[in-house]
Design a protein around this ligand. Structure first.
Ligand code: BDR
Ligand code: CA
Length: 308
């Protein structure tokens, strides 16, 4: 299986992304690291521990990362994910404990010791990844690629900016300019992964506790997406990035030059996609385009079926 490290801010869709990876034999989760994003770091770490436990990931370390963006103050999304970041279902006290290392140090250690390059799958603000690349530049050779959820050609936090990029645009820019192979599952793609009534029923047929918990997460998530954006179904953004790390056929991509706006009047946090290659710059990002929906839902259901 392909080794991956998940860096996340659970988050309803981060939780489902962890379930998808945990239940997919094609990937091997080496570690889960947390970042401040949907909720403050104490919450996202606690949520990651709970989800790792529910996914049966007893052997997988969970390490806490950045509680603040590189240069800005933390922004959170309580109106989407609730104050705890995982509002909706009853959450148990986690028995699993957090690794004593900082997420960035632990990730570096794992990369240095890895037998084969590891794929990073960030589904929150890119603070930890930027920090990793700056603090330990030599790890780059052991990173197979970065498959991230973030950005797109329009925003959900502002007209131009998607939340993960908006929350730490300086970090995003460092990552996008790192020279590493980057795949960007942005909103254009993740809004094709809409869990409506039909999809929810389909997933529930998996019949496991993880499937039932997923349905509860989706109920809450669909509720906030409905009241905020008028959506009739919940986009499972983060699971799209994991799906691609499992099987690249799950969505098509286009290799294009992409930069991140850090100081726009209206556009801070925008991923500026040079779709017609007007800059003449070398393409640096595989921009996600079209989701194979059948494949995506089947992957997720199969994964949920394999979990406790
Ligand atoms: C992203 O922001 C968070 O609300 C989700 O977890 C996802 O990673 C979508 O913009
Ligand atoms: Ca997320």
């Amino acid at each position: 299986p392909k080794p991956i490290i998940m860096d996340c801010d659970p988050g309803h869709d981060d939780a489902i992304a962890i379930f998808l990876a945990a239940g997919s034999p094609e990937v091997d989760i080496q570690a889960i690291t947390t970042v401040s994003g949907n909720a403050l770091i104490g919450h996202t770490t606690r949520n990651a521990l709970i989800i790792a436990e529910k996914a049966g990931l007893d052997h997988v370390p969970v390490a806490e990362g950045a509680g603040e963006p590189l240069v800005r103050t933390a922004v959170t999304a309580p109106h989407i994910h609730g104050e705890s970041g995982l509002e909706g279902p009853d959450l148990p006290e986690p028995e699993k404990t957090v690794d004593t290392r900082h997420a960035v140090d632990m990730t570096a250690e794992m990369l240095f010791q890895a037998d084969e390059p590891i794929t990073l799958v960030p589904t929150g603000p890119l603070t930890n990844i930027a920090w990793l690349l700056k603090r330990y530049p030599a790890v780059k050779k052991n990173i197979a690629g970065i498959v991230l959820m973030g950005g797109g050609s329009y925003g959900n936090w502002s007209p131009a900016a998607e939340f993960n990029i908006y929350a730490d645009p300086e970090a995003a820019r460092i990552v996008f300019e790192s020279g590493l192979p980057i795949t960007m599952a942005g909103l254009d793609l993740t809004h094709q992964a809409l869990a409506g009534q039909e999809e929810k029923e389909f997933l529930r047929e998996a019949g496991t506790n993880a499937a039932a918990f997923t349905a509860e997460l989706l109920d809450y998530f669909a509720g906030t997406y409905h009241s905020l954006f008028g959506f009739s179904a919940a986009p499972i953004h983060d699971a799209c990035a994991v799906a691609f790390s499992i099987d690249e056929n799950v969505f098509t991509t286009e290799h294009l030059p992409v930069t991140v706006e850090t100081h726009g009047t209206y556009t801070t946090g925008m991923t500026v996609i040079d779709a017609l290659q007007t800059t003449g710059k070398a393409p640096n990002v595989h921009v996600a385009r079209e989701l194979n929906q059948d494949m995506f839902w089947t992957m997720l259901k199969n994964a949920l079926q394999r979990l406790p």
